[in-house]
Design a protein around this ligand. Structure first.
Ligand code: PLP
Length: 302
C-alpha cells in the first residue's frame, strides 16, 4: 500500500459548473483509493512517525462509519491490532457484510459489541492508541492543517483574496480545525468556512465544537438546511442531487453528508458572493450500502 506522509497530500482542486454556478472542488477523495477524505487528513498524524511501541489501536462508533474503515486500513498498514466498539450488530449486516463494515472486517478489525463506550483514560497506554469517535480529537488537527495549507497556497496562486469554503459536518472536527488553521495563515488572504450539521442540529454541532475549542470566534459559520434531515435516512431529493452531481460533474460524492451539503449550499446564494471551494471529504466505500438502499426505494431512477 502506497500510503505515507508524502502520498497523502496535495489533492487536486477542480473547477466545475453546477446549476450555472462556478464551484471549485477540493478532491480529497482522490488522496488514495483506500485511505482518503477527511479521515485520511485526521489520521495523517499516525503517518508521521513509526510509533514503535504501539501494538493496538482502539476506537468506537457506528457499524458503518468511514472512520472505522480508515482505521482498519491504518492498523493493517502499521501492523497494529484494531479493536472497535459498537452498540450492536444487526443480523442482516453480520450475514450480508457490505460497505465499510465488510472491508474493515477483511482488514481484521476485532469488534466488541454491546459494551459501554470505552474511555481514553481506561484504554490508552504505551502500547495502545485510542481514537475518539470519528477522529474528534486534537491530534486530527495536524492533518487538517496540511489541508488548510494546500488551500492557502492554491488561493495565493489564483490571487483569490477572499474565499468561501463549504463542507458538511458530522462531528464538526474537520470544519472547526480547517477554520482555525486558516485563521492562523497569511492574513492578506481570508477564508470563511461554512458548514451544515448532518448529524443532529446546530446546537449539537456547537457542542461538538466546544469539546475541541473554547473560543467561539474561531468556529466555522453554521448554515441550517431549510428542511430537517435525519442522519442516515433516505430522501428522494438527496438521491436526485447525488445522481445529478455524478452525471453532470462526473464526481461520485458520499451519500450521507454530501447531498445535504450540496442542497444547503445551493439554497444559499449569498455564499456565492465570493469564489467558493467545496471540500470533497471522501466516503465512496460507504456508498455501497447506501446505494443499495436507495436503489431498492427509488429503483426507477437507476
Ligand atoms: C466523516 C465524514 C464527514 C464528517 O466529518 P466531521 O469531521 O466528523 O465533521 C463528512 N463527510 C464524509 C464523507 C465523512 O466521511
Amino acid at each position: 500500500m502506497n500510503i505515507n506522509r508524502y502520498t497523502i497530500c496535495n489533492s487536486p482542486i477542480e473547477e466545475k459548473v453546477f446549476e450555472n454556478r462556478k464551484i471549485y472542488i477540493k478532491r480529497d477523495d482522490l488522496l488514495h483509493p483506500n485511505f482518503s477524505g477527511n479521515k485520511a487528513r485526521k489520521f495523517y498524524y499516525y503517518l508521521l512517525q513509526d510509533f514503535l511501541n504501539i501494538k493496538k489501536i482502539v476506537s468506537y462508533g457506528s457499524n458503518q462509519s468511514n472512520a472505522m474503515y480508515s482505521l482498519s486500513v491504518l492498523a493493517k498498514l502499521k501492523g497494529w491490532e484494531f479493536e472497535y466498539y459498537i452498540d450492536h450488530l444487526p443480523n442482516y449486516l453480520r450475514n450480508n457484510p457490505v460497505g465499510n463494515y465488510k472491508y474493515a472486517i477483511e482488514n481484521n478489525m476485532r469488534l466488541i459489541i454491546g459494551q459501554p463506550k470505552p474511555k481514553r483514560e481506561d484504554i490508552e497506554n504505551e502500547e495502545t492508541a485510542f481514537v475518539e469517535e470519528g477522529g474528534r480529537q486534537e491530534l486530527s488537527r495536524v492533518g487538517i492543517k496540511m489541508l488548510a495549507h494546500e488551500i492557502t497556497l492554491w488561493q495565493k496562486a489564483k490571487g483569490i483574496k477572499r474565499l468561501n469554503i463549504f463542507l458538511p459536518s458530522g462531528t464538526g472536527t474537520t470544519a472547526l480545525f480547517l477554520q482555525k488553521s486558516l485563521l492562523e495563515m497569511d492574513g492578506r488572504f481570508q477564508s470563511i468556512v461554512y458548514t451544515v450539521p448532518c448529524v443532529g442540529d446546530s446546537t449539537y454541532l456547537n457542542l461538538q465544537f466546544e469539546m475541541l475549542e473554547p473560543n467561539p470566534l474561531k468556529y466555522p459559520t453554521i448554515i441550517k438546511p431549510k428542511k430537517k434531515y435525519h442522519f442516515g435516512k433516505l430522501y428522494e431529493e438527496s438521491y436526485n442531487i447525488w445522481l445529478k452531481l455524478r452525471d453532470k460533474l462526473g464526481i461520485e460524492f458520499d451519500m450521507l453528508y454530501d447531498p445535504i451539503g450540496w442542497i444547503t449550499m445551493m439554497e444559499n446564494p449569498q455564499i456565492f458572493s465570493e469564489p467558493i471551494l467545496y471540500i470533497h471529504q471522501g466516503g465512496a466505500i460507504g456508498n455501497e450500502s447506501m446505494l443499495a438502499r436507495y436503489q431498492r426505494k427509488y429503483s426507477e431512477n437507476i
